[in-house]
Design a protein around this ligand. Sequence first.
Ligand code: X8Z
Ligand code: ZN
Length: 620
Amino acid sequence: MKNQLKLTAIALLVTTTLSACNQEQTQSTTRVEKTPSQTETSTSTQLTAQDAEAFLTKVAEDLVKLNLEGSRAEWIYQNFITDDTAALSSAANQKLTEAGVRYAVEAAKFDNVEVSADQRRKLNILKQSLVMPAPQETKKSAELAEIGAKLGSMYGKGTYTTKAGETLSLGDMTARMATSRNYDELLELWQGWREISPPMKDLYVRQTELANEGAQSLGYKDLGAMWRSNYDMPAEDFAKELDRLWTQVKPLYDDLHCYVRSELGKKYGEDKVPQDKPIPAHLLGNMWAQSWGNIYDLVAPENADPGYDLTQQLAKHNYDEIKMVKGAENFFTSLGFDALPETFWQRSLFKKPADRDVICHASAWDIDSQDDIRIKMCIQKTGEDFAVIHHELGHNFYQRAYKNQPVFYQNSANDGFHEAIGDTIALSITPKYLKEIGLIDTIPDESKDIGLLMKMALEKIAFIPFGLLVDQWRWKVFSGEVKPEDYNKAWWELREKYQGVTAPVARPNDAFDPGAKYHVPANTPYSRYFLAHIQQFEFHRALCEIAGNTDPIHRCSIYNNKEAGKALNTMLEMGSSQPWQQAYKVLTGNEQMDATAILDYFAPLHKWLKEKNKGKQCGF
Ligand code: X8Z
Ligand code: ZN
């Protein structure tokens, strides 16, 4: 997507506009004319807290308008991709970016002025919120906005025509990769989708140059440093924080990897899956090998399979797209949240249209920072997408919870929080809950829990190194440590290093494989998903405690528990009004993220994996 203004971390740019998932930012800048306040501030020698107040008041007014306009243009573009809508979206993004840059420059003038803590926080938010800052030159800001629109369109329109002559969308390919167990078919799909991205490479190189120039003009070393500065801690500490959390989780990931590789070796042959090398990336049930739940059947523990498949149960109970969304909404209302507004149902996109190009990647939108919330998603009727719907509604319920905050604070506490809320709720989709809503008939015996934990680990633990490496790659690209000629090589080095997965075939010289992952052409920062995977287990544990749960944590569902809902809402309604550590504390009691909750959740599985891996040569 393109950008949205987002000035703030997520969506905010100006706040809020954009969809939480999409957040984009503003892009560039154009020669930004001075605003009255700018003129005023630059001519006065002594700025005061009163000037800051006047500036913030004016920005808040403007932001509301700009965001609304930007969101509408972006919504239309993403729901109807044509050259015209791309041009309109690009123009709106340019405007937003320029405004964002202007606000950042103005806000910096108060750096040495004594202001209240609240004013300082708002000013800092204005200084950091752009995801793609533009250089302060109209031509360049226009170019940056156009590149953003082009990259988005290239991804959104991407298809692959198979050797057999069938033209497939990413959704079609995703569905086939989830279920096919044919090595060659999987390889063709995997390679085929990556044909969309070589034409993105030059654009990406130029975009990086422009956005770096924009970030530098705002005082950051490069764009990566700007992205890392959004976490209420020094930017350098944030990178260390990610490493610390990854170090906590890595032993569990390594054992999961070892077990899965050995089962894949049995299925496809050890010539195809060598037991001392990274796993070929096309065999894990997902186009990017980022979550592996779809190959559960290949690795299911003997005698511990819980015996139901959510995709099949949804079909059996005639769940269509709307019924799936209603089901997810019902979870939130069971916690005490208000039902979604009528406009949500009228305006959202739930099914891939047959007759036009849309950005299918799931996203949640808050068009007017009030009640016009929507999702846009080409829903597939699978258990996997049932979880994604909860993810998206988590964004929407968060947006609505913080709507009464000043526009600067209409955002999540940090961007990981936005991504964690719906996932937290989805952790409560337990067998007991599914029985309660009539989707399964019997609750599997506790002796089958290793199967349930395995399925969940394939989704959550498998994801974590992927969640880390996407931005590791971008940070190196943005800092110039990795040069354009090495973009693809660096990508695969990180994939091998962190995930232990490898390209199944040598990649062509012009390959630009990062571009085949939505968030790269869309410029959506990715560390947020890594954080969310750690946070959601801490939130789940805290909510289960509040709900008085006495079951093992993986069997806990907070469905119907108003106390838990109230506690969750208390954190959500804070928005980003305080450092995220304060919001974290409100729910979890801690001011620091910690992987202990996720490790405890999977402890029985980890024990089981270690047993299974005895005598195996693990590592990659
Ligand atoms: O992009 C998403 C959401 C929208 S914010 C569907 N996710 C990441 C991805 O698909 O790569 C959720 C998990 C990771
Ligand atoms: Zn999301």
